[in-house]
Design a protein around this ligand. Sequence first.
Ligand code: BGC
Ligand code: BGC
Length: 844
Amino acid sequence: MTLRVQRHLAGSLLALTVTTACVGAPPPTMVAAIADDNPAATVHPEIWPRADWPYPVDASVETRIDAIIARMTVEEKVGQVIQADIASVTPEDARRYHLGSILNGGNSAPGNDEFAAPEKWLALADAFYDASVDTSGGRTAVPIIWGTDAVHGHSNIVGATIFPHNVGLGAMHDADLVQQIAEATALELRSTGMEWTFAPTITVPQDGRWGRAYEGYSQDPALVASYVERFIEGLQGQPSDRPILSGPHVLASTKHFLADGGTDEGRDQGDARISETELRDIHGTPYVSAINAGVQTIMASFSSWNGAKITGHKGLLTDVLKQRMRFGGFIVSDWNAHGQISGCTNTSCPQAINAGLDMYMAPDTWKPMYESLLAQAKSGIVPMERLEDAVANILRVKIRAGLFEAGRPSSRPFSGRFELLGSADHRALAREAVRKSLVLMKNNKQILPLDPRSHILVAGDGADDIGRASGGWTLTWQGTGIGNDKFPGATSILQGIEDAVSAANGTLRHAPDGSFEKKPDAAIVIFGETPYAEFQGDLKTLQLKPELKGPLATMRKLQAQDIPVVAVFLTGRPLWTNEEINASDAFVTAWLPGSEGGGVADVLFRDKYGKVAHEFTGKLSFSWPMTADAKGPRLFELGYGLNSASRSDLDMLPEDSGVVGQESSAGTFFDKGLPTASWSLLVSDGQSDRTRITTTPAEAIGGRVQIKAVDHLTQEGARQFTSSGNGPTLIELVTHAPIDISRETNGDVLLLVTMRYEQQSSAPIKLSMRCGEGCGGQIAPAALSALEVGTWQTVGVPIKCFAAAGADVSKLDAPFQIATTGPIDFSLSRVALGTVADTILGCE
Ligand code: BGC
Ligand code: BGC
């Protein structure tokens, strides 16, 4: 009886009333919410809003769930609450361990091919489905669900429509279009067989330094809330008793609950140090709309509230979300986020399910997680009631989806209709979204819209790069280094400009450096951020990285020649751009527009008859900074945005950044042959004979090792190390301020080493990371010693290899050490953390 009541709890007000009445005691929320050891992270559910979960309890569904659970073994129940990543699990594993769900992380794809054809995705969906419904040996058939980050279109699939990231959608202030985008995304998802997207992100980012700010629509909770219901309705359809998958729909997941965008200093996966009222009113508001719209799943945040990790926070997950707000779907965790809860590891965390989590995203850790959870369920550490409640929540969603009747993914409506991917209709929607998301921030002397019947120069480094215009979470996790050929059917911003100009018989020159022979009538300079995702995009200040400042000089040069300059800024967030605004006559923020770059030209230009075809309508949904200090004064408030009729000219802005120093490229230890700030290059015999290399040529270990400068990319852009004699040689990059790269490790980031062998080495070469005296992890990848001689390449080694070998990645003072006992001759140009390598080595 208790069990049944508990299961209904999340389902409806009716059930809640019944429970309270039945038990005759105050709702458990009151007791459970008190975390005695941390009063600052204690919630008071009664001050939180109620929501209207739109699905009434359905007695026949509950009977059906009971019957399924009654048949399930404890192994099957445990498997049901675990989600594995397709890079680490096979259909056979999923069958054997009864897994309830799979996902493809940002870097995972069928056959490890990020650019796999849609047929491959659908075939893999079938294989997992078949495995999950196998009933041999008395197994209980429960169809598996596949979750994917379709966060701006079906963005893992080559050829899909890539919509602007949410930051751009926020500037549109157009909820109708948002719903249409969600509908289009759902259709594209259905073509490849997935039934679940980890979207929409309904974060309310409060600090532009956060590397995920672009995944949020706005800093204003009201604007975010106004989109949520429409987006969810676009994905899932209107709540009804018709199975969700019977229409052109998929399951949605709002994320990341809660206050992912409220962390201190905008640190990803950080700590929101705010009051309960702020937590509720800023970050909680959109969740009321999400629950009203019947969102089927909610992803718990990696982050903490006042020091307590949300994924293990019973007060927030159970008492507030499920009970007070009546969320009746299931809660999934984020990528190994449970491992960050105090007392947990990536492979064991009863705390999370006991706090109210229903499904563990245990991408590469699913097997040990399954084993530990099974033991905990058997021993009672995880009460059977709670496990069955979690299973019931998942089954309820699967039943609402109609999954038990839907059949194989490839047999379902819209499956295999790959013409839906990047269809003309969807691209037209995306192009409209691009037009509406552009924010015109300056238009002195009303130089916009431009006349396409003129001579146009396109400069800057961002004009012809669709990957860059799309940002992170595009085909790969970080979205870096993807050529235009991987976006069939898409239009770069440059292509859009070319089309507009040639249709009007104007002329165009594209020169990233701004050079020209014939003086242009106007120059469009496209510049800004390069792609990043999650913590890789965190900044210390609101400045563009130094390597992205080049186009500023181009703007100044053009301006000095009396050429009208139109700056187009690609960015995931408002950044300090006073210098660029001063160096241009018109300044347009284009955010991360995606695959339909033609939308930019639509608004920059008049039509070929000289008429204004599309007016600027975008308005800031994030305020714009006056300095690079994230807490500093504002230049433009929310809602700012000009149109071409606006007559007010912008005066010159102060060019003092308000912060000390430049934005650093954190995670780069050695660049262009030199250690970066706070790093030293040491050569030694591994014992006491250590030499710090500052100038070249140099020698170390009593002359046994020679170090000289060689060229790579730039003059003297590398250092060559030569040792002919035998004996131990250790070359390392060290710091006095140890670094913590546990987040990078969890995210499968690589140590990237750009190097060239000058001669083959006879003895094995070892790599290690040191974490202080007597602490470290060493690996000896055979492939490292076997690299081709005479060729520069960037070799990537997963950081997790060093962790597995014993390195404590939370306190590294030498993240790069290369050692051998034989002769060696190689050159080194760069050592950094990242995700793009020519060769990725294994851990052995
Ligand atoms: C991100 C989530 C994402 C998940 C699966 C996590 O690292 O925080 O937003 O849905 O990975 O890729
Ligand atoms: C995955 C992402 C995930 C991230 C977690 C990456 O390896 O591909 O999906 O969000 O790790 O930090």
